[in-house]
Design a protein around this ligand. Structure first.
Ligand code: G6Q
Length: 555
């Protein structure tokens, strides 16, 4: 047994779960008129209403005790101070320094990292200004109209999500993101741009990632073909975001046009760094700075607020409550905001790559569940698709409903309808519909029917169980007034700290990604075999047959 599941607080939570597991939230609302305000908090312009959760007066105090027991207070301080929390890779975890707009010193190995961060920010600001005002020109002297970011994983999902979320505020070149090694991704993107007015950003911390480098070299070939092989064109149309300057130079990119970041910035936490260059090019530096400011405010909230009023900590603990006690395997992210349509894919990486671990920080196998499966789609689309399972399926799926009170595109009554759907869904998931109400509804329907044979008493009886909604399904309502760069910064940082807090409770390293590394290695070996002529006997029967199938069926 692990120290976590052996601890007395864990046992108290198990016992409490046994007491509460069948209690209904609707009853809790009836007996406590203050339940909604009691479980609503606001910080950084974000309002969290977590009253529609299966928690009683006893639950949250026990969960806060669990967080304290697991060392959340020391660990959150340690992260902000630059301690090497990423033990396997012996690295600090300092995405919070990247948005430390206060500028106060933060030291890694005795050296303040802030001057370096500020220098890179300035470099990004100056560069983006030149591109946006037309001083930076392409090889044929034309102004840059398109930006194509070539990167994958952490070097793609964050800036892409932000550019989509803040598209309303964009007044710069049109940005595209190419990540997949599938040649279709690059080919279809190149159809949408004009090479002589395109700037390519090769975003790769290591500058060795197979997908990114394959796309980068193909983009370079396309550009050289356009400019009759003139190598100088590369310097005008390619910049790099990387920690590997030697490899960048080898590619042909001017080191002056290389934006640097450090090993203490994890890929999935890097949008705040120079990986955010496509954001700055699209929105301008001022709005990027607002994004950083919003994140910094949430950082300060997370670092300094007592657990009882701390939004990321509360979200983390509710997640632990369902994941480890109710046995919920997944968590849905449901933004009622079309601009946030890339939030779920972004959080899939942030959360699942961070907390998809099965050994603790000491390398011992865990005997409890760690990170959940994260998934979701914007509402209302999901309502016409997978919400059926949320309402009537056999699985308990806690969900975050996220919504701004105002739309950036107020058109007719669209937004009021969106709000109505948001509210109605969270209510329906909690309240459900019992047999009596279903029966009454069907009887009323029958009364109105001209042809009573369409709903015979026998069929009415038969329909009842199919129309029952058990309800008691938990949701968080996360709302804010309007989507702005600052709010988005706070929202993303909120999730980052939620993920961190859960990692602390599960005693895992949320900052390495050995599972991703394995994929990178394996693909190289198989590629050699597919390219070769020899039959490979190194694999199991299925894998070898797949290799042979592809070799024989390539046209
Ligand atoms: C993120 C991961 C991973 C990484 C990509 C791209 O935390 O480390 O998603 O960002 O594999 O790596 P490069 O930036 O080195 O190309």
């Amino acid at each position: 047994m692990s120290a976590l599941t052996e601890s007395s607080i864990w046992k108290s939570l198990e016992q409490h779960f046994a007491e509460i597991k069948n209690e209904r939230m609707t009853e809790m609302f009836k007996t406590d008129r203050d339940r909604a305000p009691k479980y609503t908090i606001e910080a950084c312009g974000i309002r969290l209403d977590y009253s529609k959760n299966r928690i009683s007066e006893k639950t949250m105090p026990l969960l806060f005790e669990l967080a304290t027991h697991c060392g959340i207070n020391t660990k959150r301080k340690a992260m902000f101070s630059g301690n090497k929390l990423n033990i396997t890779e012996k690295r600090s975890v300092l995405h919070t320094a990247l948005r430390n707009v206060s500028g106060s010193p933060i030291k890694v190995d005795g050296i303040d990292v802030m001057p370096g961060i500020q220098a890179e920010l300035k470099k990004m600001r100056d560069f983006s200004k030149k591109v946006r005002n037309g001083k930076w020109r392409g090889f044929s002297g034309r102004r840059i109209r398109y930006v194509v970011n070539i990167g994958i994983g952490g070097s793609d999902l964050g800036p892409q999500m932000v550019n989509e979320a803040l598209a309303y505020y964009s007044d710069g070149p049109q940005t595209f993101f190419v990540s997949n090694v599938d040649g279709t991704h690059l080919a279809e993107t190149l159809k949408k741009v004009e090479l002589s007015t395109t700037l390519f950003i090769i975003a790769s911390k290591t500058f060795t990632t197979q997908e990114t480098m394959t796309n980068a070299y193909s983009a370079k070939s396309a550009l050289l073909a356009k400019f009759n092989g003139k190598q100088d064109a590369v310097r005008k149309h390619f910049v790099a975001v990387s920690s590997a300057i030697d490899k960048v130079m080898e590619f042909g990119i001017d080191p002056k046009n290389t934006f640097e970041f450090w090993d203490w910035v994890g890929g999935r936490y890097s949008l705040w760094s120079v990986i955010g260059l496509p954001i700055v090019l699209s929105l301008g530096y001022k709005k990027f700075y607002d994004l950083l400011t919003g994140a910094h405010e949430m950082d300060m909230h997370f670092l300094n607020t007592p657990l009882e009023k701390n939004i990321p900590v509360i979200l983390a603990l509710l997640g632990v409550w369902y994941n480890n006690f109710f046995g919920a395997a997944s968590h849905a992210v449901l933004p009622y905001d079309q601009y946030l349509h890339r939030l779920a894919p972004y959080l899939q990486q942030a959360d699942m790559e961070s907390n998809g671990k099965s050994v603790d920080i000491d390398g011992k196998p865990v005997d409890y569940q760690t990170g959940p499966i994260i998934w979701g789609q914007p509402g209302t689309n999901g309502q016409h698709a997978f919400y059926q399972l949320l309402h009537q399926g056999t699985k308990l799926i806690p969900a975050d409903f996220i919504m701004p009170a105002n739309s950036l595109n107020e058109t007719g009554d669209h937004h009021l309808k969106l709000i109505a759907n948001f509210i109605a869904q969270t209510e329906a998931l909690m309240v459900g519909k019992n047999a009596d109400s279903v029966e009454e509804e069907l009887k009323q329907l029958r009364k109105k029917l001209m042809n009573k044979k369409l709903l015979t008493p026998k069929h009415l009886e038969y329909l009842i169980p199919h129309k029952i909604f058990q309800g008691n399904r938990p949701t968080n309502s996360i709302t804010f007034k309007k989507m702005t760069p600052k709010i988005l910064g706070s929202l993303i940082a909120m999730y980052e700290h939620k993920i961190f807090s859960q990692g602390v409770i599960w005693n895992i390293n949320s900052f390495d990604q050995m599972g991703v590394e394995l994929g990178k290695q394996l693909a190289k070996t198989v590629l050699e075999e597919i390219e070769g002529t020899e039959r490979s006997e190194r694999h199991d029967g299925s894998t070898s047959a797949l290799v042979e199938y592809f070799k024989q069926n390539r046209l």
